[in-house]
Design a protein around this ligand. Structure first.
Ligand code: MG
Ligand code: MG
Ligand code: MG
Length: 307
């Protein structure tokens, strides 16, 4: 049987990487030849996790061959998926996002739950199917939950995520908060990245009402650490707007300690941010968004509402 490829979204985050690896384990449990791969570089946070368990990163790919069978985790929208996806056959999706720009000619397994993290859904599957959760798997699942829920502080975090977090913490006999803070902190080190890399670390593209929008986000312990680089960041954003013919580029600098974000909004439709959040962009095309940390729950729906 040909190999099935499993991957998360472009500019992969911790949930995309960890959930791909765990999904490979689940597939193999059923004798399916599957391989977790990734659609981009690892970020510092995910590097920290894989170092912690001394696990090699999945191989990177950039395209699929005609007829390649694939399993998507942590995303479904075409714009966030592999280039040329229409050539592949999607046999399953495990996700926790809205469903958009997604259609298939064939029936498939599609599991979507409104949890804070894909890994929480995978934990449920492992339990239900009675598949053993080894130490590495537990670390991968816990790390993904910590990452997507910002240590349970994000409004996307559900009771189910908390429950699974506690069960994994107990299983691992570690202090999940201590581990999680170190892990999140590792992800805030942006010093080695160029401005272009910074805006692409966690950028997602959306195509809505004929508008092309990118919403990018970085985590930091101090917004000023990132905002001092505003000029080069804006330059990189403007270049992407021109290259990709974007109508709007939103860059969120998220303070994971105080749980709020500073936004930089550029593009012909930049004022959408003012309408969506009832704020005024200052002379730097930026504004504070108090209490906003989740792109999925607090930013995407608000932008769609006023589009
Ligand atoms: Mg993700
Ligand atoms: Mg996720
Ligand atoms: Mg994310």
């Amino acid at each position: 049987m040909e190999k099935i490829l499993i991957f998360g979204h472009k500019n992969p985050d911790t949930d995309s990487i960890c959930s791909s690896i765990v999904m490979e384990k689940i597939a193999k449990h059923y004798g399916i030849d599957a391989e977790a791969v990734r659609l981009g570089n690892l970020n510092k946070e995910t590097e920290y996790i894989l170092n912690y368990i001394e696990l090699e990163a999945p191989r990177q790919i950039s395209e699929v061959q005609e007829g390649q069978k694939v399993i998507l985790v942590d995303h479904n929208e075409k714009e966030q998926s592999i280039d040329g996806r229409e050539k592949s056959e999607i046999i399953a999706v495990i996700d926790h996002h809205r469903i958009a720009s997604f259609e298939t000619p064939m029936s498939l397994y599609y599991m979507c739950k409104p949890y804070g993290c894909t890994a929480t859904i995978l934990y449920e599957i492992l339990k239900k199917e009675n598949i053993e959760i080894d130490r590495n798997t537990a670390v991968l699942l816990l790390s993904a939950i910590i990452s997507d829920t910002l240590l349970l502080k994000s409004p996307t975090c559900t009771e189910k995520d908390k429950e699974v977090y506690c069960e994994l913490e107990k299983m691992l006999e570690i202090n999940a908060e201590e581990y999680g803070l170190e892990m999140l902190k590792a992800g805030t080190d942006l010093s080695v990245y160029s401005a272009d890399e910074v805006i692409n670390l966690d950028a997602k593209e959306f195509n809505e009402k004929n508008k092309k929008i990118v919403i990018a986000q970085v985590n930091t312990a101090d917004i000023e650490d990132v905002f001092v680089r505003r000029e080069e960041i804006e330059f990189a954003m403007e270049k992407q707007i021109a290259d990709k013919k974007l109508d709007l580029y939103v860059f969120l600098i998220t303070d994971i300690i105080n749980t709020n974000s500073k936004v930089i909004s550029l593009g012909a439709e930049k004022e959408i941010i003012e309408k969506a959040f009832n704020v005024k962009l200052d002379e730097n095309d930026s504004a504070m968004l108090e209490g906003v940390v989740s792109r999925k729950k607090q930013v995407v729906p608000k932008i769609l509402e006023v589009l």
